[in-house]
Design a binder for this molecule. Structure first.
Ligand SMILES: Nc1ncnc2c1ncn2[C@@H]1O[C@H](COP(=O)(O)OP(=O)(O)OP(=O)(O)O)[C@@H](O)[C@H]1O
Ligand SMILES: [Mg+2]
Length: 280
């Protein structure tokens, strides 16, 4: 169970995340949506403690995550795996080694430096790759894989942490629709079969609706919607993305139709990430 209370992060005068309060029960699959700059990544990064809150508290299972230091902080970052839009693999290392790197937080510094992975860890890594359907790539340099395959390697690496929570920051934003579906199906499977809480930033409405039991909508650092997909009405969508923005439900990750109004809006607003384009 996550409990966020008045979590705020300033960058200079900018409030990237502004007094965010919500709870997430263990095992939920949550999508966070909002236009570019709404604070989605900052929120996820604070949960993982890649960024510290300016004020407010984040608790997980009764432990205050926001004040952890040293080994307790490293343990938290092991329990709370994170995957990114750009995969963050080591391209010249083979896939298997990349996946094994997910064990680093479980091991002593000496065995980490010597790169001594146990037979059990190697079997576990192959198992994770099999689960993601990419075991045949195990000995290839990670940088030679397609984007969809690389994201699956990143998920396999995250699984090696045996996390309680999986955070995903726009995991499908660089992928074509087929690979986007494969990656989202994998996240759903991990959520349903392993009971791991998944919190994922998404900028395609249809993906959030299809995969997430709960959607949190952010605008200018604040939570402006928190509910089930069925409650995400046109009015709620307008509040999240701004009433000035032509948002249509047809603008989905699998749609290649880009309304002219959106193209104009995209040109007019440098910070705006077009929903229809983003998932392609
Ligand atoms: N390290 C930083 N230094 C200064 N400003 C930052 C930093 N990180 C984020 N910001 C600012 O905080 C705000 C929220 O950024 P954030 O990256 O969380 O948004 P986002 O919703 O993830 O956007 P996107 O959809 O483009 O990824 C933006 O105005 C951004 O410029
Ligand atoms: Mg972001």
């Amino acid at each position: 169970m996550f409990e966020l209370r008045n979590v705020t992060r300033h960058f200079g005068k900018k409030r990237a995340v502004d007094s965010v309060t919500f709870d997430i029960p263990q095992g939920q699959m949550v999508g966070v949506i909002g236009r570019s700059g709404a604070g989605k990544s900052t929120l996820l990064r604070m949960i993982n403690r890649l960024v510290d809150p300016t004020s407010g508290t984040i608790e997980f299972g009764g432990i205050e995550v926001s004040s952890l230091r040293g080994s307790a902080l490293r343990n938290w970052q092991r329990d709370c795996a994170m995957i990114f839009q750009q995969f963050n693999l080591v391209p010249r290392l083979d896939v298997l080694t990349n996946v094994l790197l997910g064990r680093l937080n479980h091991r002593s510094t000496v065995s980490s430096i010597l790169n001594l992975f146990t037979r059990e860890e190697r079997i576990m890594a192959i198992g994770a790759l099999e689960r993601l359907g990419i075991e045949q790539t195990a000995l290839q340099p990670a940088g030679t894989l397609s984007g969809g395959q690389q994201q699956r390697v990143a998920i396999a690496r995250a699984l090696m942490q045996q996390p309680k929570v999986l955070l995903a920051d726009e995991p499908i934003a660089s992928l074509d629709p087929l690979n986007a579906k494969i990656v989202m199906d994998a996240l759903r499977d991990i959520n349903e079969r392993d009971g791991i809480t998944v919190v994922t930033n998404l900028h395609t409405l249809d993906t959030a609706r299809n995969y997430c039991e709960r959607i949190i909508g952010m605008a200018q650092g604040r939570v402006v919607f928190d509910g089930q997909p069925k409650d995400l009405t046109a009015a709620a969508v307008a509040e999240i993305y701004g009433a000035d923005t032509a948002i249509e439900e047809s603008m989905t990750s699998t749609s290649i139709h880009i309304p002219a109004a959106v193209a104009r809006e995209e040109n007019a607003s440098a910070g705006y990430k077009p929903l229809a384009l983003a998932g392609l």
